[in-house]
Design a protein around this ligand. Structure first.
Ligand SMILES: [Fe+2]
Length: 318
């Protein structure tokens, strides 16, 4: 296979402090649906056909466990794995994936900054698609904070076949399908999750989702607005109970090989940066910015580690 590449983003797996509480939030407030539970993991689907778009893992530390990508077929998975080996990446041979995850065939690979990725094909799809537009249909994009943008860019483009879409000065937007960006890399002091965006069918559906979140007392962290930047999508950002930044998005640019990539200067000079229009929150709240910087998760992990140390000290002192 001349040029094997991934062709889509399946979803993300997150380590959380309280599996039951996090699953309840993503079901009740974020409108995903539980499709399976296995040990310390819960699998949640969106309204679209993908088997699941979010896996929650009960762990002592919160963070990203894995980002999952689609390849068209087993031959593509094998070809991508061979490419990974040729490029010197450490990876196990592709294998059959677990039934509770929708099965399929895939392998794992680690980015230069340590994020675990899985490439898979033949994962079971749902025959039913929920027409309720107030529910997310899939994961549209994942934004990763990166200390070494060049290294991460090279990995995603050379290894997985991503194409450069745009740069806004501090973020690179890259695509693996017609969707303007399935991954973006944000300049940062270290690797963490910037945010994960769930796609809504249209603006009306997105506003209904935002309403559901606000009625449940979850503060809107930024938006509702439309980015005057790469992707030009409608956005609304929230912070989940763990401290992860999550987004409802819709109307992301769909592009082809004729798309002309722009520089940060182009986007910076557009009027009304960073929003073409914005509603309740013109700018991200300080807490939203901390979440996008991975700071809330880091602080929660540090606080938990400190409380464990204190508990051990108290026990030894007693
Ligand atoms: Fe986004």
């Amino acid at each position: 296979m001349a040029d094997p590449r991934v062709t889509g983003l399946r979803g993300i797996e997150l380590a959380v402090f309280d599996l039951a509480a996090s699953a309840a939030f993503y079901k009740t407030c974020w409108a995903l649906e539980l499709v399976g539970q296995s040990g310390d993991r819960a699998f949640l689907r969106a309204a679209g056909a993908e088997h699941h778009v979010l896996t929650l893992h009960q762990r002592p530390r919160a963070g990203v466990v894995r980002v999952n990508f689609a390849a068209p077929d087993r031959a593509s998975v094998d070809a991508l794995h061979a490419k990974a080996q040729a490029l010197g990446a450490t990876t196990h041979a592709p294998q059959a994936l677990m039934k509770e995850e929708g099965g399929g065939y895939g392998f794992e690979i680690v980015t230069p900054e340590g994020q675990l990725l899985r490439v898979s094909s033949d994962v079971a799809l749902h025959a039913d698609v929920d027409p309720d537009t107030a529910r997310p249909t899939k994961v549209n994009h994942v934004v990763l904070n990166a200390a070494d943008m060049d290294l991460q860019m090279k990995f995603f483009c050379d290894m997985l076949g991503f194409k450069f879409s745009d740069c806004n000065g501090h973020m690179n937007f890259i695509r693996c399908s017609a969707n303007h960006h399935s991954i973006a890399l944000a300049k940062s002091d270290g690797p963490s999750l910037n945010h994960v965006a769930f796609e809504m069918e249209d603006i009306d559906g997105l506003m209904r989702g935002v309403g559901r979140m606000r009625l449940a007392e979850h503060e809107l962290g930024w938006g509702v607005g439309r980015h005057a930047g790469p992707g030009r999508n409608v956005f609304s950002y929230f912070v989940d109970p763990n401290g992860f930044a999550i987004e409802y998005t819709t109307d992301v640019d769909q592009v082809d090989d004729s798309y002309v990539s722009r520089s940060g200067e182009y986007w910076a000079n557009l009027p009304l940066r960073p929003c073409a229009w914005a509603g309740a929150k013109m700018m991200a709240t300080p807490r939203m910015r901390e979440a996008m910087g991975g700071k809330l998760i880091a602080a929660a992990n540090a606080a938990l580690a400190q409380s464990c140390d204190d508990a051990i000290s108290n026990k030894m002192a007693g």
